[in-house]
Design a protein around this ligand. Structure first.
Ligand SMILES: Nc1ncnc2c1ncn2[C@@H]1O[C@H](COP(=O)(O)OP(=O)(O)OP(=O)(O)O)[C@@H](O)[C@H]1O
Ligand SMILES: [Mg+2]
Length: 246
């Protein structure tokens, strides 16, 4: 399988504080790769570096074959990014938001319009396309934000806590969409605090205080630490790290 995200010894400091501390990993094409970690672990900082939005202090990363230091323009063409605090225009309609965000990727008018029509149908947004965004439920807003991030058919999709604050049914529906996107060949890099969602990923990386403390498939991790579920693995690792550092 070809590698689409390759990270080596990536580090980011803010002053004297090290938010991301010498992390290395790789993600293959079509994989759903989950990043778990408590608040402040360094997940968003990592994603921002991989999307070409924040310069690392040191280390390397290649995204879809492009170097994050020198080719951030090409990276922005190859990826879709749904940020942790994504913002839709609340007073615009669903379809206007879609057209606005699709337009940002710099394709021609005709191409943008057809991409919007296609994604709205695929994502089940046609029934609500003329609704004012402020008036739709949180689960649909999340789906709209995802649609904005995938309309240009990115090779790699970065989702930073995409399901925060939505109900379990909407979260399950959202994951069906993520599976469909990966099935079409895109790589999905997702962060979450929901441990049931962690179980849906092909591979996981657990982050603590800027470092990766474990990596593997959900099954491998449960076997390695002799735990029933990923929540128990996560709690075990975070406690172990906190004890080692105290
Ligand atoms: N621009 C910045 N300046 C200074 N410190 C920062 C900056 N951005 C992030 N940090 C710090 O880096 C650490 C990692 O933050 P980050 O947002 O990457 O964590 P996270 O894993 O995404 O957390 P959460 O689960 O809360 O989203 C935190 O301690 C945060 O306060
Ligand atoms: Mg974050």
């Amino acid at each position: 399988m070809s590698i689409t995200v390759q990270v080596e010894n990536l580090t980011r400091k803010f002053g004297r504080f090290t938010a991301v501390d010498d992390i290395s990993f790789s993600v293959s094409k079509g994989e759903i790769f989950g990043f778990l970690g408590a608040n402040g672990a360094g997940k968003t900082t990592t994603i921002r570096m991989l999307c070409g939005l924040l310069m690392p202090t040191s280390g390397k990363a290649m995204i879809a074959g492009h170097d994050i230091y020198t080719h951030s323009f090409e990276i922005k063409q190859a990826i879709g990014y749904m940020s942790q605090k994504f913002s839709l225009y609340e007073e615009m309609t669903v379809y206007e938001n879609l057209e606005f965000y699709c337009g940002i990727y710099g394709k021609g008018d005709k191409e943008t319009k057809s991409a919007c029509r296609e994604v709205a149908a695929e994502m089940g947004l046609l029934d609500i396309k003329n609704k004012i965004t402020r008036e739709i439920p949180a689960g649909l807003k999340q789906r709209l934000a995802l649609s904005c991030a995938v309309a240009h058919k990115p090779q790699i999709l970065f989702l930073d806590e995409p399901t925060g604050g939505v109900d379990p049914i909407s979260r399950r529906d959202f994951w069906e969409l993520i599976y469909a996107i990966a099935h079409q060949g895109a790589t999905v890099f997702v962060t979450t605090h929901y441990m049931d969602e962690a179980e849906y990923c092909n591979r996981l990386s657990i982050m603590h205080n800027g470092r990766i403390v474990a990596e593997g498939s959900p099954l491998e991790l449960k076997n390695r630490y002799q735990k029933q579920n990923i929540e128990q693995v996560f709690i075990h690792l975070v406690r172990r790290e906190s004890e080692m550092n105290s």
